[in-house]
Design a protein around this ligand. Structure first.
Ligand SMILES: [Zn+2]
Length: 166
């Protein structure tokens, strides 16, 4: 009797990985946990007492992401739906737009003489403000979702140069 048939009425076997979407999760030998064959994230199953549902929890990071398998797809199991919160998305976009708008407004309100040294600097600063804040937003998102960029990168490199060792 397998771990799944004894513990869970729902079969997670060959379910897609909720993190990378590309790999599949399967039980790990000799362990009470599940692993993804693509991004190598490790998950554990926990039982929700109120709803009697099996919840998949990410176990190898400090992430608090949890999912419920509906039979077709994963659904966020956290009470606070941070993963797809509209408010947080808007806040993130504002984090990028507001500083960029301030820097850009300054460029147009206080235009520099074209001949002075560093005349290019205010425009450069506005662009750098946009790129910097976008980078912060993307790195926070990546931190939270634990999206396996490295696994995808390895896959691309293997596809380009199949003979190269990992
Ligand atoms: Zn995965």
């Amino acid at each position: 009797m397998s771990y799944f048939s004894s513990r869970s009425p729902i079969s997670f076997i060959s379910a897609p990985c909720p993190v990378c979407i590309r790999g599949t999760i399967a039980e790990m030998p000799m362990m009470e946990s599940l692993g993804c064959n693509f991004c190598s994230h490790i998950f554990t199953l926990e039982k929700d007492i109120a709803s009697h549902q099996e919840i998949l929890r990410m176990a190898d990071t400090i992430s608090t992401l949890r999912w419920i398998w509906t039979g077709k797809k994963w659904e966020n199991a956290n009470a606070v739906q941070v993963y797809n919160s509209r408010w947080l998305s808007i806040l993130g976009i504002l984090l990028v737009i507001i500083p960029t708008a301030i820097a850009t407004t300054a460029v147009y309100l206080f235009p520099t003489e074209p001949d002075v040294p560093l005349a290019w600097f205010p425009k450069f600063w506005a662009i750098a403000t946009f790129c910097g804040h976008l980078f912060v937003l993307l790195s926070i998102t990546q931190d939270y979702t634990q999206f396996p960029l490295q696994a995808y990168w390895r896959q691309i490199r293997r596809a380009v140069k199949p003979n190269q060792p990992r």
